[in-house]
Design a protein around this ligand. Sequence first.
Ligand SMILES: [Zn+2]
Length: 140
Amino acid sequence: MTEISADLIEKMKIAAMTAQKNAYCPYSDHPVGTAVLDEQGRIFGGCNVETAHFKGVCAEASAISAMVTAGGKKLQAVFITAPDENLCGPCGDCRQRLYEFSTPDMPIYAATKSGQVKKILTLEELLPYAFGPQNIPPRG
Ligand SMILES: [Zn+2]
């Protein structure tokens, strides 16, 4: 697994917890925060944003969108804070999204609402035999 410094993990935790406070989730009451570390060492936070038609955006998707919008290309690490003191892994859709921008052995820190890391996951565990860019023939 890729080694991430304790300082960066702490910064990601703070970014995830800060983003989580802004979660808009009046329908599920399930606030989630995420922070992603890109290939340039930048950290982007994200929270879930729901809508009345139930096609909201997950915290992971928000954070990845912020990274891509800022020109980030790859994820070095991901930190997710759950709505409570239990582990909250990414949904299936987000596992695919994380895979799209992942780097090999990228750690995913699954933490509680208070920021305690419950488990360090890999995409190999979360999405084995993933379908991804390698399955699509190059164009042009
Ligand atoms: Zn999701």
